[in-house]
Ligand binder design. Structure first.
Ligand SMILES: [Zn+2]
Ligand SMILES: [Zn+2]
Length: 352
């Protein structure tokens, strides 16, 4: 077996699975070595300035921006969020569905607006995060603490394990897509235009906003806000919440994160079955806007080949590795024995 498979600490694609309920044969570990972190001061200063500008932008959002600018910033937040969740994450990193080129074009535009590195680089880091989850080859190894997994990982040099194991990662599918290849090639031109220049110019010319409000609200505040929301998936959703699917890993079901991250907070499910395009086991998508977005495009064929996981596999897995917080049974389930259904106390009974 090649080394990148034997050392894996989590499943990434369906062909990584080793058990009938789609897990690994060995229990995952959480570890981080004692290596001293080497700070990158250029990044520390840049992120500090960005956050100061964002706080000022938040103040202007509530006190002096024209209402159209606030709505515009909100729309950009949703668009850039989808560029990460439906684009870099579910489509490119996980291949959990396929998309025709017009949808890929929309997603790459949204993704460039989000400025979290090119989709190819984002997907590479994210595949490492799943495959080597919570080890030194995970870019934002959550066992190093909340701050490290949130923003700290961007303020210091990468761990050498990331580079070493990263060489065994297959990215050929990403480089085969000309749309994201184009984005990576011209990223330093496209990104500033999409993330900062256009969001500043549009409010000024279309509804007479001041340059100051446009820049600090629609560019700096909106960008920093969605950045922190994305980071919360790596920090908060790797720390707080139930583990109904696999209690041996840190990722947890965090509804608060799911609301802000357009449905990406059901993280215990997502690390257990990463190829499910819903990133959750849900009856409805009220808290999963990204799934509704993909379903909308699937309704006329721009999104297709949507992958999910059967109830049977989920139940098997819940029984074997869950923490007991999953509601295995609901009223009306086929496998409830007749005598159990008879014995249930029913108030205000009307049906049957
Ligand atoms: Zn994660
Ligand atoms: Zn993922």
């Amino acid at each position: 077996m090649p080394p990148n498979v034997t050392e894996a600490n989590g499943v990434l694609f369906e062909n990584d699975v080793q058990t009938p309920d789609m897990g690994l044969e060995v229990a995952p570990v959480q570890k981080a070595d004692e290596r001293k972190i080497q700070l990158v001061w250029r990044n520390i200063i840049a992120f500090a300035c960005l956050h100061l500008a964002a706080v000022y932008g938040a103040y202007l959002f509530f006190t002096s921006a024209i209402w159209q600018t606030d709505i515009f910033a909100y729309i950009l937040y949703v668009m850039s969020g989808l560029g990460i969740t439906a684009g870099a994450h579910r489509l490119w990193a996980h291949k959990s569905y396929k998309a025709k080129w017009p949808l890929r074009l929309i997603l790459v535009a949204f993704n460039t607006l989000a400025f979290q590195d090119s989709a190819i680089d984002w997907a590479r880091d994210h595949r490492m995060h799943h495959k080597y989850s919570e080890t030194d080859a995970d870019p934002h190894n959550a066992t190093r603490g909340f701050f490290f997994s949130h923003i700290g990982w961007l303020l210091c040099r990468k761990h050498p394990e990331l580079k070493r194991k990263g060489q065994g990662l297959d990215l050929s599918d990403l480089y085969a897509d000309p749309i994201i290849r184009f984005q990576k090639k011209y990223y330093l031109l496209l990104m500033p235009l999409a993330c900062f220049v256009l969001p500043t110019i549009i409010p000024v010319y279309l509804w007479g906003e001041s340059w100051k409000n446009a820049f600090f609200v629609a560019a700096m505040f909106r960008y920093t806000f969605i950045l922190n929301v994305t980071w919360l998936v790596n920090s908060a959703a790797h720390k707080w919440g139930g583990k109904p699917y696999d209690k041996n890993i840190q990722p947890a079901q965090n509804i608060s994160v799911a609301i802000f991250a357009l449905g990406e907070g059901f993280h215990n499910y997502h690390h257990t079955f990463p190829w499910d395009y819903k990133t959750a086991e849900l009856g409805n998508n009220r808290l999963n806007f990204t799934t509704s977005f993909i379903n909308f495009f699937a309704s006329f064929g721009w999104a297709y080949d949507l992958k999910t996981v059967s109830d049977e596999i989920i139940q098997q897995r819940v029984k074997r590795t869950g923490d007991g917080s999953h509601h295995l049974r609901g009223w009306g389930d086929q496998d409830i024995p007749a005598e159990e259904a008879q014995a249930a106390l029913r108030i205000n009974r009307k049906d049957d």
